[in-house]
Design a protein around this ligand. Structure first.
Ligand code: R2B
Ligand code: URA
Length: 299
């Protein structure tokens, strides 16, 4: 862990109960009784949609023999469910929304483990969702090696702050790809680009406003592909930035591609296929998170 990057002055006062921290958008506070019931937390699985969180928690509980599903008090901004040692939580769409979820989740985890960095270091983090592929068939399952912004640099917390680190843990990524291949799933691993918009910033030409021609759109997508980018989504770069800032060693991002952007701007993967991939990814995660192997080496 990187204690220098952790706001310990503030957080240690919360752990000591000198002050109460309010996780405004998660809908609870550090003095909420729910916090004490989360000490068995092993992993945090984040996805954009609240509905995916509810479904994933149901599925997880059934895989764990019917573990109780605990809901956070409010589903207003983010949806959070805890079951079988895993907290499923939504982060909304886009990096500003995801950064709010990350600030509050990291602070909450610090309090759950009472500032014990050895305990925090064991936590596994996964972002699981959807993306647009580049030059790979819709329905591919992409494990992200690093998530970068549209200019292929890592996330910046603010325009005047240094670039962060966009890498996800190599060991976790390799485990997911290997297991997925064994199960015959269409796995791929590579760089992901995180954008600030689904339309203009992903160079779609079917938005309300368009800044690209078919040629400039194609040129950008092929430039990304030539630089090792496999897919585009909207949160990975900030997720990696926060997790690497605190120094978590176990992190992964895994997404299903809904379209091959070299062919189309419109989603081509059917809802049934999306659900099928979602289930496959959850099975992979169940396998990964119930493995207590030595996955400590980050790169
Ligand atoms: C993938 O899909 C969402 C947009 O449809 C966005 O949250 C993302 O990263
Ligand atoms: N999510 C995105 O951000 N882009 C896509 O093309 C598909 C899903």
């Amino acid at each position: 862990m990187h204690p220098d990057n952790i706001n310990t002055g503030f957080l240690n006062a919360v752990v000591a109960s000198d002050i109460v921290d309010t996780y405004l958008h998660l809908g609870l506070s550090s003095d909420d009784g729910l916090i004490e019931t989360l000490t068995g937390l092993k992993a945090i699985v984040m996805s954009g949609s609240g509905e995916r969180v509810r479904n994933s928690a149901q599925y997880w509980s059934s895989q764990c023999g019917g573990t109780e599903i605990m809901s956070f008090p409010s589903d207003d901004r983010f949806v959070a469910r805890y079951t079988g040692g895993v907290l499923f939580v939504s982060h909304g769409m886009g990096m500003p929304s995801a950064s709010i979820a990350l600030h509050e989740l990291l602070r909450m985890c610090y309090v759950i483990f009472r500032g014990d960095l050895t305990e925090l270091d064991r936590l596994k983090w996964v972002r699981f969702g959807t993306s647009g592929g580049i030059g790979i068939p819709a329905g591919s399952i992409v494990v992200t090696t690093q998530a970068l912004l549209t200019d292929l640099t890592p996330y910046q917390l603010r325009y005047d702050s240094p670039h962060t680190d966009g890498h996800f843990s190599m060991a976790m990524g390799e485990h997911l790809v290997k297991r997925g291949n064994e199960l015959g799933l269409p796995m791929a691993a590579g760089i992901t680009v995180s954008t600030d918009d689904f339309y203009v910033d992903q160079r779609r030409i079917d938005g309300a406003i368009v800044l690209d021609s078919p040629d400039s759109r194609h040129a950008w997508l092929t430039w990304l592909r030539d630089n090792g980018v496999l897919n585009i989504e909207m949160e990975g770069a900030v997720v990696a930035a926060f997790l690497n800032a605190w120094g978590f060693r176990h992190s992964a991002m895994i997404t299903t591609t809904l379209v091959d952007r070299l062919d189309s701007d419109r989603i081509t993967l059917s809802s049934a296929e999306q659900l099928d991939r979602e289930r496959s990814i959850l099975r992979l995660l169940h396998d990964l998170l119930s493995t207590e192997g030595d996955e400590r080496v980050k790169q």
